[in-house]
Design a protein around this ligand. Structure first.
Ligand code: ATP
Ligand code: MG
Length: 795
């Protein structure tokens, strides 16, 4: 209806409006800086396509860079479309990984992928290790014949005389090939192929397939294979991509093919809208290429004889002018950059704050102090969820988390991959995996002896080999193999009596868990059940697995580990399997669609696999009422009122490896990281660094302030906290930035006293900005020195 569309377009500036209402059969690039409303435009455009062009939500694909971003976009859409009869749940929205996963789930059988699971990073490494350790004679000969200059780059320098390969490097190479869409056959036939890589690529891929595993790259790679060879997406009418600057080659190819449309309906072919900002491209390590803007342009130019329509946006609606000038200044130091200037919609005179401290602990203290400080303002316009702390590397959160816990400041980690790679999280997931799948060999072997059940490394090795052989020759799962070994039907593994009883217990435990699970599934698939009831049942099941597996005992004294397992439990309890659903493609029949009955545990495990593939995974409602702590990478596209960026020291940001490499390229990516971090802030930006002669991290000392700060022309762009609190006017300015309607203040003097007292109350024991708060609260309540207060820098 007209009204609903008006509502969608309300408040958009001219260029935003132009982008949103561009004809539906267009190829549109919206290239603009942070906070200019790119995501808002993309979301509004979806609403426009649904309402004005009457495109069925099932026929639109929207990709976002993180799961959190997808959820936020859904929220925005729901707001936009309130009262409309559009079923948003049918929209194909998510990260590239999750969309590909859905497509493979339904149509994978067309390319021979049926029952599979996702191999996480650790699984992949393990497989590669096995491959390297079990080379056939043929392959060995092949390697022996490889010229030195081909194998040397892969050799682990510490490997000594016998041939050792660096698993990480080889994995990285394979991943790079997959993300540029090169299969091992293709690679082997290429002129500049490295024979070592191509051999391991082949062996690794074969092994994945034997174990019905897809690694993260395969999710995209196989999906591309599927949709280029089968018309399963020929119903798609429009494709929209957020954060386009971080797409890699395979994602670009996926986008082209998502958008291909139906061969006989030209109007519905190749309709795409992408938004992005080359200055925010920070996924170079995943082979993302800002150059994809150009590539996309020439791809469609070749098809249609004309370039994509490009729209630039310059009004920044997020950050104050001070925050923007600082961010822009740092960006301008970059070697090559397409110059562009952002116009802030909020001009202020409150500069970002910067301070150098003596250690990461002190820095954490400083941050927590300021959070409490701002919250303690009389009638504070801020709440916990207005704050976020953004770090370059995940490990930096530890010290900060400790401090937040100490101060009882509720916080929420935007979980990156790091969480899912913690050993205790992997351990519990391994048990869930063996319960869910018979043939998950890796999880079986890992869980068999953790907690320790007395299997020696030799026994485990032979169990692993025998089961691999059984799988390859007769297609028997490892679960069946273990049963066979126990009963003596399968030979080749020597078990002592202790081993036998352990194996019997282990298998018995699995059977019990599976029985419980079967009951659970029947129940969950049955009639509608209450949330509490469901949550109870799942908690009971989880507890059973955690305790009966013996894991609970392992972590008795380890608070953090138990807490992490509890976090998994919470996710498990709150998980709802999504029925994977795609419309039937034009010309397809019901037979083409795989039956996907939702099985709770498998769906849960799959979803975890996908979490890991995403840059960050998080549920929005969990962060309500809490300070966010995140890596910069996980913060893309998001915004907060107050942002802290600690660790602005050489070796942290820019990261040590980027400096070590010498060239400008990696340092520029670090600079873009800095830019992404600072442009998350709406009102207040707190930058800090620490330098210490003692600080030795991995042999590097952190003893210099980051070049990004150093180069800020004598810090003219930086301010101090004192300024904000120095007198009534500054204080009011601060209120204005934080909140457009400052509270009415009857008595300026009294307000200053109140402010000061509440700040003092919140932290009497620590100092700030180097000035000890030695003054006691009483001194002021006595009213001795109001004049001193308004004249001196006391904070
Ligand atoms: P990033 O590059 O960081 O992803 P972005 O370009 O996607 O940023 P958005 O997140 O869409 O920017 O918008 C930034 C903020 O500005 C949001 O709070 C959004 O609601 C607001 N905004 C965008 N356009 C307008 C507008 N025309 N009027 C008012 N507010 C706007
Ligand atoms: Mg955005």
């Amino acid at each position: 209806s007209i009204n609903a569309i008006d509502k969608v377009l309300e408040g958009l500036n001219a260029n935003q409006r132009k982008a949103v209402t561009a004809p539906s059969n267009a190829r549109l690039q919206i290239i603009a800086g942070p906070g200019t409303g790119k995501t808002k435009v993309l979301t509004s455009r979806v609403a426009y396509l649904l309402l004005n062009e009457h495109i069925n939500p099932q026929h639109i694909i929207v990709t976002t860079f993180t799961k959190k971003a997808a959820l936020e976009m859904m929220e925005r859409l729901e707001k936009n479309l309130v009262g409309q009869s559009v079923d948003l749940s049918k929209l194909l929205i998510g990260t590239f990984h999750s969309i590909c996963y859905r497509i493979i789930k339904i149509y994978g059988k067309k390319i021979g992928i049926e029952d599979y699971h996702i191999a996480d990073e650790r699984d992949s490494n393990q497989i590669l290790k096995e491959v390297m350790e079990n080379l056939s004679d043929n392959d060995r000969d092949l390697l022996a014949g490889v010229p030195e200059d081909e194998k040397l780059p892969l050799q682990n320098p510490r490997g000594g005389a016998d041939q050792k390969f660096d698993i990480k490097k080889v994995k990285r190479q394979i991943s790079k090939l997959k993300s540029s869409g090169v299969s091992y056959d293709n690679y082997a036939s290429m002129n500049d192929s490295n024979r070592v890589v191509s051999l391991f690529y082949r062996l690794y891929q074969t092994k994945l397939e034997e174990n019905s595993l897809l690694d993260f790259d395969d999710c995209l790679f196989k999906c591309l294979d599927l949709i280029t060879s089968h018309p399963v997406l020929n119903f798609v009418q429009h494709v929209l991509v957020d954060e386009f600057q971080d797409s890699n080659e395979i994602q670009l190819q996926l986008m082209y093919n998502f958008a291909r449309g139906h061969p006989t309906i030209p109007k519905l072919q190749n309709n795409v809208t992408i938004v992005g900002d080359p200055d925010q491209s920070i996924y170079g390590f995943r082979d993302a290429q800002a150059i994809n803007f150009e590539k996309m342009n020439s791809y469609y130019k070749q098809k249609y004889g004309k370039s994509c329509e490009i729209i630039h946006l310059v009004e920044n609606y997020r950050s104050t002018s001070d925050i923007l000038s600082l961010s822009e200044t740092v960006m301008r130091q970059q070697q090559t950059r397409t110059q562009k200037s952002l116009k802030s919609q909020h001009t202020t005179t409150f500069k970002p704050v910067y301070k150098n401290l003596n250690s990461s602990e002190e820095e954490a203290l400083w941050i927590s102090y300021h959070i409490q400080h701002l919250l303690a303002l009389p009638d504070s316009p801020l709440k916990y969820s207005d704050f976020s702390i953004l770090v370059r590397a995940a490990y930096q959160t530890r010290v900060i988390e400790n401090e937040l816990v100490k101060k009882r400041i509720p916080y929420h980690m935007i979980r990156g991959r790091a969480f899912w790679e913690r050993s205790e999280v992997i351990a519990i997931l391994d048990y869930l995996r063996v319960i869910a799948h018979d043939n998950d060999r890796i999880a079986f072997i890992r869980s068999l002896n953790f907690p320790k059940r007395g299997f020696g490394p030799k026994t485990l090795e032979s169990l692993s080999q025998v089961s691999a052989k059984e799988a390859a020759t007769s297609g028997i799962s490892i679960y069946e193999t273990l049963k066979g070994v126990l009963s003596g039907e399968i030979s080749g593994v020597k078990l002592n009596s202790k081993n036998k009883s352990s194996l019997k217990d282990y298998l018995g435990f699995l059977e019990q868990s599976r029985e419980m699970l079967a009951n659970l599934d029947t129940y969950l698939n049955g009639e509608v059940i209450e949330y509490e009831k469901k949550s109870d049942l799942l908690a009971k099941f989880f507890k059973f697995v955690f305790e009966k597996s013996g894991l609970a005992k392992e972590y008795v004294d380890e608070d953090n580990q138990t807490l992490n397992v509890m976090e998994v439990e919470k996710q498990f309890r709150e998980f709802t399997p999504q029925e994977v659903d795609l419309p039937l493609f034009i010309g397809g029949t019901e037979d083409d669609i795989a039956e996907t009955k939702p099985n709770f545990l498998s769906s849960f495990i799959q979803s975890i696999g996908l979490y890991e593939a995403d840059a960050a995974a998080s549920e929005t409602d969990k962060s309500k009422g809490k300070v966010s702590v995140s890596t910069i990478h996980g913060s893309k596209g998001l915004e907060w009122n107050v942002v802290f960026v600690p660790g602005l020291s050489e070796g942290l940001l820019p990261a040590g490896f980027a400096i070590a490499q010498g060239g400008e390229e990696l340092v520029d990516e670090e600079r873009r990281c800095f830019y992404v971090a600072t442009t998350r802030a709406k009102s207040l930006l707190y930058l800090s660094s620490y330098t210490t002669s003692a600080g030795n991290f991995y042999g590097r000392s952190i003893d210099k302030v980051s070049r990004f700060i150093e180069k800020l022309n004598n810090h003219q762009l930086l301010g101090t906290v004192q300024e904000a609190f120095k007198d009534w006017n500054s204080l009011m300015k601060l209120y204005q930035i934080l909140d457009k309607n400052p509270i009415p203040v009857p008595d300026k003097k009294q307000f200053c006293i109140d402010t000061f007292n509440s700040l003092l109350k919140s932290r009497i024991d620590i100092y700030m900005q180097g000035i000890p708060l030695s003054i006691k609260q009483g001194d002021f309540v006595a009213g001795a020195n109001i004049n001193t207060y308004s004249n001196t820098n006391m904070m």
